[in-house]
Design a protein around this ligand. Structure first.
Ligand SMILES: Cc1cc2nc3c(=O)[nH]c(=O)nc-3n(C[C@H](O)[C@H](O)[C@H](O)COP(=O)(O)OP(=O)(O)OC[C@H]3O[C@@H](n4cnc5c(N)ncnc54)[C@H](O)[C@@H]3O)c2cc1C
Length: 542
């Protein structure tokens, strides 16, 4: 049996950071297990490839949720990266840290060391931003964050002016001192190529002799000696393997697979494990609970002026965009489709922004897997304007369907289960229509296509939300951090309560969902997590 100091399960956003930082000194050996394969694929490198990986089972777990009563009984589609880089290899590349208050809340929930002033140094450390160096932004870090404001579609200007016309500021850096206002989204690209956790963190570390990366390696069970984690069993090319960890096992398999793996290993709600005849190592009731996610409503418009549909739809235009990309690494193929963004307050009496905005200068009907590719925009000029409440308080959960590690878990999002969340979604829809009604956007809107002008009353808008609202792919908190072992899975050092030699370091440990997109906070969490692991290894007290 092979033996390493650390075994990291999952080479996603967090796992790649850990693999790099834990091997940097050369003093520790690390085994990184990834269920997916290589990320050396053109469509994972070209930013527009987002549309190609969205429904590609070779790089995507392609989860479906249980029928969701709050969404009219629809089954949500939840893509997750299954490839080196994990979800950072297939995401929309929007770089958002969240609001300072998000992290101060983490600390206030009993997690010392996670307040804004504690995490800011890690946000600065991870990035190479053209907005830095400054008190709030960093330069020289592994992850390139690009300011693409000079490259986005000209229609974004109408969106920015619309924001100003409803009283929002135009924010030149929504990751700076304030998040508030309308902005052009910063994206994780370097020289027109996707900057994933794999390209930023794993690639530079791959030649280190103390790092072993196994792809196509599905961790099926964590091994324990009493209450101490000692290693991992995994399945690779149909063969069973096991490896021992001298110091620690670190689970970084993401917000869906991490609680699944813990439960498969006997760490979870005892009654649920017993019902599946799984031996219980530790009754940890919060494993798989407290699931949170962002729900978003898109409004689609037919445009009077050309949009990205004109550049990405017809074959000659597509060919031109492709050639331009290959020659210059610029143009629409080098960008995210979520070009405009920002945060705002839906009511003036609120102390902090409660809505995130998205503006995409292209329109397409999002369809269930196999029905229609994201790569096929509508055949006429169109665009999408969307809003997402920042802090939903509905809680879902996740449970094993069977003891078979190859079976996907049952995902129960429980969307819009609270009045707070239903009101927030109605406010989101109203905000979109306020923006659309401004002179700046009225000048370019030919017609509202979705939901359409017939949808006006509160009941009609809520019915449309139930029929069309969808996740923006930010599940978190299924192994959340907190001081109470009955309510949380890990402590503020990210150690699993009640066990030794085992940490969870990924988006599943967020105490609460941050206000915006979750990749940057996950990378930050892993940077800090790596420091915690290394500090413990120096004192031999994992
Ligand atoms: C379609 C999409 C769009 C998104 N857009 C954005 C965006 O624009 N901006 C943003 O900030 N965030 C975005 N996100 C969210 C963001 O990418 C994630 O929150 C973040 O990547 C989560 O990181 P993680 O390390 O927790 O998990 P992941 O990055 O998902 O990594 C988990 C890794 O573990 C592997 N794994 C799982 N189970 C096992 C196992 N049993 N054995 C071995 N390996 C295993 C997986 O294959 C995966 O590689 C998006 C996500 C998706 C899916």
């Amino acid at each position: 049996m092979s033996e390493f100091d650390f075994i990291v399960v999952g080479a996603g956003s967090a796992g790649c950071v850990l693999a790099n930082r834990l091997t940097a000194s050369g003093r520790h050996s690390v085994l990184l297990l990834e269920a997916g394969g290589s990320d050396q694929r053109f469509w994972l490198k070209a930013p527009i490839g987002y549309g190609m990986s969205f429904y590609n089972p070779k790089v995507n777990w392609m989860y479906r949720t249980e029928p969701d009563p709050g969404l009219g009984g629809r089954q949500g589609y939840w893509p997750r990266g299954k490839v080196l880089g994990g979800s950072s290899s297939i995401n929309a590349m929007v770089f958002i840290r969240g609001q300072q208050r998000d992290f101060d809340d983490w600390a206030a929930l009993g997690n010392p060391g996670w307040g804004w002033s504690d995490v800011l140094p890690y946000f600065k450390k991870l990035e190479d931003s053209p907005h830095g160096p400054s008190q709030t932004r960093g330069t020289g870090g592994p992850l390139r964050v690009s300011d693409v404001s000079a490259q986005v579609h000209p229609l974004c200007e109408a969106y920015l002016r619309a924001g100003e016309q409803i009283g929002l500021v135009r924010n030149p850096d929504i990751n700076g001192a304030s998040n508030e206002g309308v902005a052009i989204n910063q994206i994780t690209t370097r020289k027109g190529l996707r900057a994933s956790a794999s390209s930023a963190y794993l690639r530079p570390a791959r030649r280190r002799p103390n790092l072993r990366v196994e792809t196509g390696a599905l961790a099926t069970r964590l091994c324990f000696d009493g209450l101490r984690a000692t290693g991992v069993e995994y399945l690779q090319h149909g063969q069973r393997h096991s490896s021992r960890a001298r110091c620690e096992v670190i689970v970084a398999a993401g917000a869906i697979n991490t609680p699944q793996l813990l439960q498969l290993s006997g760490v979870g709600p005892a009654h649920a494990l017993a019902a599946l005849q799984l031996p219980v190592v530790l009754d940890s009731p919060a494993v798989g609970q407290h699931l949170q996610d962002h729900l978003c409503i898109d409004y689609m418009y037919r445009s009077r002026v050309p949009t990205l549909n004109n550049e990405l739809g017809p074959w000659p235009a597509k060919l031109w965009a492709g050639l331009k990309y290959l020659a210059t690494r610029r143009g629409p193929l080098a960008l995210s489709v979520n070009q405009g963004g920002g945060f705002c307050r839906s009511r003036e009496d609120l102390a902090h922004p409660d809505m995130q905005l998205y503006f995409s200068p292209l329109s397409y009907l999002r369809a269930v897997p196999g029905k229609r590719e994201l790569t096929a925009p509508d055949a006429f000029p169109g665009f999408a304007l969307s809003a997402q409440p920042c802090r939903p308080d509905s809680r879902g959960h996740l449970a094993l369907r069977s003891p078979d590690p190859l079976q996907p878990p049952r995902i129960v999002p429980n969307s819009l289960a609270t009045e707070h969340d239903r009101n927030a979604m109605f406010a989101a829809a109203s905000l979109v229509r306020r923006l659309a009604a401004t002179p700046a956007l009225q000048a370019v809107i030919a017609e509202e296509l979705r939901p359409g002008p017939a949808v006006q009353s509160h009941a009609e808008v809520m019915d449309d939300i139930a029929r069309r609202a969808s996740t923006v792919f930010h599940p978190v908190s299924t192994c959340r951090m907190g001081p109470d072992p009955r309510q949380a899975v890990v402590d503020a050092q990210l150690r699993v309560h009640g066990l030794q030699g085992l940490r969870v370091i990924d988006a599943s440990v967020f105490p609460t969902l941050t206000s915006g997109n979750t990749n940057a906070p996950t990378l930050m969490l892993a940077e800090k997590g790596a420091d915690l692991v290394l500090a413990a290894s120096r004192t031999h007290a994992p």
